[in-house]
Design a protein around this ligand. Structure first.
Ligand code: GAP
Length: 474
């Protein structure tokens, strides 16, 4: 796997991702998707939606507002709990996430959680530790600033709000403060009643959503991995409490199949991990992580949580609207439990970059050793499915055939027309953006209607008739 610097440089050079607000010197950790990046992202969304929503009759999908009623975030405990504990080194005024320092400590010293019990840090879940306990542990166990390696003079641990806010209306005061959603999930809970009343969905069923989320991360880092504005693909699946363990298992198996078979990740780059009881969030009755082997460490790509009925209970109490489900067959009334598969779309884009980017040596037609960048995107993810390359751009017949092929194939897949430069250079350009097929129109094509199709990975070429092209590249 290639390193982050290689990926960032390639992503910019080949129109995938640009630094946000680049001409103003970059808005730190903001990234914009360029023409190929946006198509890759869309292809991932399409595959996800097809797999988890369109091919299932127990799923619906929705698109919600980023701004929601402020009471949403009070009821969901985000206002009270969605914050990071921060600590500064007074010698350098560098700022660190206290929980992250503790996690690193545990990794580096190979501690078990029991080794830290003396500080009352009984587990890694931030909400279960007090700031005083964290500070006591940091002062005793991490006497040196991790960056400078010099003695640190630690401040108290303080709370740092993770939610962004803005104001609705012309007066910018507390009464008009409104949060920008830090996850897409809450909208689904808030609208659970609407869906029950207006659709024919019956438990067990799920609601999916793809959209932006905002978190004022204190340590955004590693390109698209942890940013302040990012995208999620989330599902809330509503089940009867007694069925929750079975559906939790089923959702894990479906997710594993998705990453391995549909997204076709290298098996060595992906792992599945069930959380220990003491890692769980306050509402969770079980959590399962899907992790990708990023060059720096394993990182969360998706999680599947058993959220119980915490969210529906909270919104029912706060709004006074019943979230009870009434079973039309048994007449039973209950608050459904929730299984939540939550996928990070931006992190998936980054994982696909790492999984697909390659540099390869080969011998060219002249017997010379060359190196090429070849991005081995799975066919369905590639931003461009095929490139249409007329060999001689001044040959009117070749151009006419190439244009007609471009027009007909573009009805089905994304194509790129490229008549600039030597054919070898054009192949290299397509390899670098991961185009699976290069279709070359030459002199023979205008006589017998056949073209050459070059395979990105093997670089082998075969000749096929234009009439058979679509079936071949689909
Ligand atoms: N509704 C549950 C929820 O939001 P989460 O683990 O906080 O759970 C789900 O987020 C997924 O969103 C993560 O697995 C990760 O892929 C992605 N994600 C979370 N924070 C992110 C950030 N700051 N930047 C990019 N992706 C992020």
């Amino acid at each position: 796997m290639f390193g982050l610097e290689t990926i960032v440089a390639w992503a910019k050079r080949r129109w995938f991702v640009y630094p946000g607000s680049d001409i103003y010197g970059w808005l730190a950790n903001a990234w914009d998707y360029g023409p190929y990046g946006v198509q890759l992202k869309k292809n991932i969304q399409d595959i996800w939606r097809k797999t988890f929503i369109e091919k299932r009759d127990d799923m619906v999908w929705l698109d919600a507002q980023i701004l929601m009623h402020p009471k949403t975030w009070e009821a969901s405990w985000h206002v009270a709990w969605f914050n990071d504990p921060l600590i500064d080194d007074k010698n350098t005024w560098e700022r660190f996430r206290a929980d992250k320092l503790l996690e690193d400590l545990i990794h580096q010293k190979n501690y078990t959680l029991a080794d830290l019990e003396q500080y009352w840090v009984s587990n890694l879940v931030p909400e279960s530790r007090t700031f005083e306990q964290m500070k006591a542990c940091i002062v005793a166990e991490i006497p040196h600033n991790p960056n400078t390696k010099k003695p640190a003079d630690w401040t108290d641990v303080r709370k740092f709000e993770l939610m962004f806010y803005t104001y609705q209306g012309v007066i910018h005061d507390e009464a008009n403060k409104i949060w920008m959603r830090p996850e897409t999930a809450q909208w689904i809970f808030v609208n659970f009643r609407n869906i029950l009343d207006t659709t024919r969905m019956r438990v067990p069923f799920g609601i999916g959503q793809i959209g932006k989320a905002f978190r004022n991360e204190i340590t955004p880092w590693n390109f698209l991995y942890r940013t302040r504005e990012f995208e999620q693909m989330e599902i809330e699946y509503f089940v009867k409490e007694t069925d929750a363990p079975a559906f939790f298992k089923q959702r894990q198996e479906e997710s594993m199949k998705f990453w391995q078979e549909v997204m076709q990740f290298d098996q060595a780059h992906i792992r599945f991990r069930e959380h220990e009881a003491d890692e769980l969030s306050h509402y969770s009755k079980g959590t399962f992580d899907v992790e990708f082997s990023y060059p720096w460490w394993w990182g969360e790509l998706q999680w599947i949580a058993r959220r119980g009925n915490f969210d529906l209970t909270q919104h029912q109490e706060a709004s006074g609207t019943s979230m009870q489900y009434s079973d039309p067959v048994t007449g039973e009334r209950y608050l459904p439990h929730v299984i939540e598969p939550s996928f990070g779309l931006s992190r998936t884009v980054l994982a696909v970059f790492f999984d697909s980017y390659d540099e390869e040596e080969y011998i060219d037609w002249n017997g010379q050793q060359q190196t090429r960048v070849v991005v081995r995107f799975p066919k369905r993810l590639a931003p461009v499915r095929c490139a249409i390359l007329p060999l001689i751009k001044k040959d009117e017949k070749q151009v006419a055939l190439a244009e007609s092929l471009y027009s007909s194939l573009s009805d089905h897949v994304i194509c790129e027309y490229d008549d600039g430069g030597a054919i070898g250079k054009r192949y290299r350009r397509q390899d670098e953006i991961g185009t699976p097929y290069c279709i070359t129109i030459d002199h023979q094509s205008t006589e017998d209607g056949t073209v050459t199709v070059r395979d990105r990975d093997s670089m082998k070429q075969i000749r096929i008739h234009c009439d058979d092209l679509l079936a071949f590249i689909l």
